[in-house]
Structures are given as structure tokens and as C-alpha cells.
Write a protein that binds this ligand. Structure first.
Ligand code: PEP
Length: 259
């Protein structure tokens, strides 16, 4: 397995005190864990700079949870990829199901954001996944294809090279019901093959994440899956003990210190 990528998505949670505590604690994790894992923190964007200053570790990266597709102008309340880059974040989470649902973001809107993120030298973490009903109706692969195709249409054949894709079945997010490792592996394999086929380039490099109720209990079996490069952890990342345990287990699996 390659270096696992572990992402903490705080969503609309956190406060100054948590930023202080989390930053202080993460500084004390054993250095090897930073070397062997790519750790990406995604607190609400206003806390990024503060956390970055406090942690002062080049091996810990930051992601915004959203961005506008415009670079500047009369768009009150929005934040651009240019600005995200300027504050020192490296990644942007795009197409999270909560944004698709609560903010009516469709595939075209997400593709425009994807384009602006790449143009500003940031790395997209594109979330894709089906709802429970779509799964029941046997539509999973079609939904994933549609979510992927719009990016190809808007951003070109090479768009996915060196980007992260998070397979996040909507029915697994915040429900405590994670997808089984067998299903995760099957879907990841499909995503990888489909992107390579569409991009017409077998050297297209993508990093596949799984997200949806990842916990200290299930991380071992998920991270072991052949096609999984890492995990996106939502609510489980707010408790630093929990999150660090997930990082440590991933590290041990990688080093064959844990079966
Ligand atoms: C998420 O926010 O993308 C997520 C996977 O949440 P949770 O881990 O809480 O299911």
C-alpha cells in the first residue's frame, strides 16, 4: 500500500478552543506518523491560517471545504481558489453530498469549481457517491459515471491526473453504517478503471479515498483494501484522540506492524 492519505473534515464544527487543543496535540504525535501518512486537515476555512501557524509542520496539509468558481468580483460571501491558495491550503473538498443536497450544487457547478481549483494550483478532493435509493435501484455506477463525466467535459481529458477522489456513499455519511470493505474495493476499482479509460491514459494517477462513518473500529479493514489510498473522516475527526488513533492504525497497517 502506498502512503495513506487521512483527511479530517470538520464540517461546520469547531471553535477557537478546539483549534488550540487539536493543534497542540497534533504537534506531539510521533514524527514517523507524519512521514508515513499524508494528513490533511479541513477545519472551517477561517481557522486554517491559525492552525497552520500553530502546528508549523510542513507534512500536515490543509483543505478548504468549499470554494466559489469565480476568482474575484461581486460575489458577496464567497471565497476563491486564489484566496485559498494564498492562505497556504493545498486542497479543496468539492462535491460533498451535503453541499450537493443543502446548496443545490449540481455536477456542472462542481465541475466549474474543479476547474478553478486546478487553475489555482490546488488539488481537488472530489466527493462522489450514490444515495440509498439510488443504490437500491442499482444505479450506483451510473451516478458515479455522471459525476465524473461532467468533470471530463468541463476540464478535459487530463483533469483527474494527480487528484483525489473520495467515494462517499451518501447512505454511509454520518449514519454509523460504513460500506463494507468488499463493496468499497469493488467501487474503487470501477472508479479507477473508468477514469483511466475515459482519460485515454493508463498513467493517470488518482488517489482514492473512502468516506462514510470511518471509525477506529473499522479503519483497519478499510485501509487494508487494495484500491483504497486513504480515508476521509467526518465527525470522527473532531475528537483528536479518535483521529490520531485512525492515523496510527493506518501507519501500522502500512508498516505491517498490524495484521
Ligand atoms: C464526511 O463528512 O465526508 C463524512 C464521511 O462524514 P462521517 O465520517 O461523519 O460519516
Amino acid at each position: 500500500m502506498k502512503t495513506p492519505i487521512i483527511i479530517a473534515n470538520w464540517k461546520l464544527n469547531g471553535h477557537k478552543l478546539l483549534v488550540e487543543k487539536f493543534s497542540k496535540k497534533i504537534k506531539n504525535i510521533e514524527k514517523n506518523f507524519f512521514k508515513e501518512n499524508t494528513i490533511i486537515l479541513s477545519p472551517p476555512v477561517i481557522y486554517i491560517q491559525k492552525m497552520k501557524e500553530k502546528i508549523k509542520n510542513k507534512k500536515i496539509f490543509f483543505a478548504a471545504q468549499n470554494v466559489d468558481f469565480n476568482n474575484k468580483g461581486a460575489f458577496t460571501g464567497e471565497i476563491s481558489s486564489y484566496m485559498i491558495n494564498e492562505i497556504g491550503a493545498k486542497y479543496v473538498i468539492l462535491g460533498h453530498s451535503e453541499r450537493r443536497k443543502n446548496h443545490n450544487e449540481d455536477n456542472l457547478c462542481i465541475a466549474k469549481k474543479f476547474k478553478s481549483v486546478k487553475k489555482n494550483n490546488l488539488i481537488p478532493i472530489l466527493c462522489i457517491g450514490e444515495t440509498e435509493q439510488e443504490k437500491k435501484d442499482g444505479l450506483t455506477k451510473n451516478i458515479l459515471k455522471n459525476q465524473i463525466n461532467q468533470i471530463f467535459l468541463k476540464c478535459g481529458l487530463n483533469s483527474f491526473h494527480k487528484t483525489c477522489i473520495a467515494y462517499e456513499p451518501v447512505w454511509a455519511i454520518g449514519t454509523g453504517k460504513n460500506a463494507s470493505p468488499i463493496l468499497i474495493n469493488k467501487i474503487m476499482k470501477f472508479i479507477k478503471k473508468y477514469i483511466i479509460y475515459k482519460s485515454k491514459n493508463k498513467n493517470t494517477k488518482i488517489y482514492l479515498q473512502y468516506g462514510g462513518s470511518v471509525s477506529t473500529k473499522n479503519i483497519k479493514s478499510i485501509i487494508k483494501s487494495k484500491y483504497v489510498n486513504g480515508v476521509l473522516v467526518g465527525s470522527g475527526s473532531l475528537d483528536y484522540k479518535n483521529f490520531f488513533k485512525i492515523i496510527k492504525i493506518s501507519y501500522k497497517i502500512k508498516k505491517n506492524l498490524l495484521k
